[in-house]
Design a binder for this molecule. Structure first.
Ligand code: MSP
Length: 507
């Protein structure tokens, strides 16, 4: 069970400030990283910024700044988002750092030595916004990239990566590793893209300077994606102890727009360089804002800092993870955020906590009820505990496929069940008719709440910690291994004065 787990977010372009899409990728990765760590694994979780290329160079020019100054400034706002969104990453790497430049050059040289790079001349379409090359056939009737980005004609000397040569090897790899690309729909898209034939890829540019020079040919700089992808290794330090321990990555979390780079180019580069391939590329969907594509020109970009200030971090994290099936697109709406957090976090979970703890405060001397040993011996046979234990197992299976929202579905069902359990058992009546049973019911509820809070930790870390504080669960008993038969709420522990953890919003 105790394994190493290496997870990455994409490194973010610094041409603009962070928006909700970046926050989403980072939060989803953080949920996975925290979950894996609560399972007892040793987790390495990295993120960072992608600072080279034409797009960033142009944005710096618009601001009248040198690219270095501009990237220093912009990268900082992504670093701030890490703190603001409570992202538990272990390292933050910028592609302008020496450690990255060093490995990017080694990586290039490996491709060169193995005969996968050759010098030629590129002529074709390039979209700066996507930092991607497109063939004539891929353009829309209006002459735009398939992503809608404007394209320009580029003709320049260029090194090429012999991608075509790797077509069969890639297809064989997808075949033998069915979990490599998730979800299934993306895997099918990638396979049909590769089956349609791969062209050699232009991997260097000569028409601008903001990049890492090609070793032994300083006229050229590396194509931004070649070096950017290699960051997943440079951050560990090639051949270092960390590298030996954590590479290959267990999962690269990416948005659907950059699947091709991660699931086609990256494995081909790695095969060519003789380096092991990552185990999974998990592609999430895109968010629209109140039904509209999010774009600067439409002026509907959602600022994650403002959103968190307005609604609270855990409320935003919960909404983003709960609203859509991970992998599908989602629509952001403040009304939905309010409805979700009110009906689930406040009414189902918060209310359950309040009802339980206030009752215990008033009727059980504010202590986890003292139940008999006999009761505790058979505790895990109680239907609601059986349900809780089933969910712990099911959730760990869901996480293997990164089905994050299914995990939340299960937690919410448990809270619903616990709410019905109170109504059905009626501790208020039991107080006079059967006080011992009342203690048992309240004990059961505190333990189910402990399950709920521990399982919520990856999603809403600070609120779940508050729940556990209120439930008097000791700090070193908050891992998934404590959701087992030999751990339970400790009878007689003093609980804190209950206070609401999940506020309710008015529409
Ligand atoms: N720099 C590259 C990644 C290089 S990885 C070696 C890049 N950067 S990005 O800043 O443009 O995008 C980073 C992530 O944000 C991507 O995973 C992308 O899918 C995600 N999102 C950007 N807009 C988004 C939405 N509207 N919705 C959800 N995620 C989106 O690509």
């Amino acid at each position: 069970m105790h394994e190493k787990f290496y997870i990455t977010t994409p490194i973010y372009y610094v041409n603009d400030v962070p928006h909700i899409g970046h926050a989403y990728t980072s939060i989803a990765s953080d949920v996975i990283a925290r979950f894996k760590s609560l399972e007892g694994n040793e987790v390495m979780f990295i993120t960072g910024t992608d600072e080279h290329g034409q797009k960033v160079e142009k944005s710096a020019a618009v601001k009248n700044m040198t690219p270095q100054k501009f990237t220093d400034l912009m990268s900082e706002s992504f670093r701030k988002l890490i703190t603001k969104a409570n992202i538990s990453s272990n390292d933050f790497i910028r592609t302008t750092e020496e450690r990255h430049k060093k490995f990017a050059s080694i990586f290039w040289q490996k491709l060169m030595e193995n005969g996968d790079l050759y010098l030629g001349k590129y002529s074709g379409w390039y979209a700066v916004r996507d930092e991607a090359f497109y063939s004539e056939a891929e353009l829309t009737p209006e002459g735009l990239a398939p992503t809608g980005a404007p394209v320009e004609w580029v003709e320049e000397p260029s090194y090429f990566f012999a991608l075509s040569k790797w077509q069969d090897k890639l297809l064989e790899f997808y075949e033998n590793n069915p979990g490599f690309i998730r979800p299934e729909s993306r895997r099918n898209e990638v396979i049909s893209f590769v089956k349609n034939g791969l062209m050699d890829l232009s991997v260097s540019r000569t028409s601008f300077k903001w990049g890492i020079p090609v070793p032994n040919d300083n006229e050229h700089i590396m194509y931004v994606w070649v070096e950017a992808l290699s960051v997943y290794i440079s951050v560990l330090g090639f051949s270092s102890d960390l590298y030996q321990k954590f590479w290959p990555a267990d999962v690269h979390v990416v948005g659907k727009d950059i699947v091709r780079f991660h699931a086609v180019y990256w494995p081909a580069f790695l095969m060519a360089a003789g380096i092991n391939l990552p185990k999974c590329i998990m592609a999430h969907g895109w968010w629209t804002n109140e039904g509209q594509k999010i774009s600067k020109s439409l002026g509907n970009v959602i600022d994650p800092f403002q959103l968190i200030d307005e609604f609270g971090l855990d409320q935003v994290r919960y909404f983003l993870m709960r609203e859509v099936t991970f992998g599908n697109d989602g629509n952001f709406s403040k009304e939905n955020l309010i409805n979700r957090t009110n009906s689930e976090l406040a009414n189902k979970i918060g209310n359950l906590l309040q009802r339980t703890l206030s009752f215990i405060s008033k009727n059980c001397e504010a202590k986890i009820p003292a139940v008999s040993k006999e009761f505790l011996d058979n505790f895990h046979e109680i239907p609601i505990l059986r349900m809780a234990n089933r969910i712990v197992v099911a959730n760990s299976e869901h996480m293997k496929r990164f089905e994050l929202n299914n995990i939340l579905d299960n937690i919410i069902s448990l809270a619903e069940e616990a709410n019905s359990y109170i109504d059905h058992e009626g501790p208020w009546q039991l107080k006079t008719t059967n006080p011992q049973r009342m203690l048992e019911v309240m004990y059961t509820l505190t333990d189910v709440l402990r399950y709920i809070a521990i399982m919520l930790l990856p999603f809403v870390p600070s609120s779940a910690e508050k729940m556990l504080d209120q439930l008097a669960v000791s700090k070193d008993h908050r891992k998934f291994e404590h959701l087992q038969k030999n751990f339970a709420a400790t009878p007689g522990m003093q609980i804190l004065e209950p206070y609401p953890v999940f506020p309710k919003f008015v529409l």
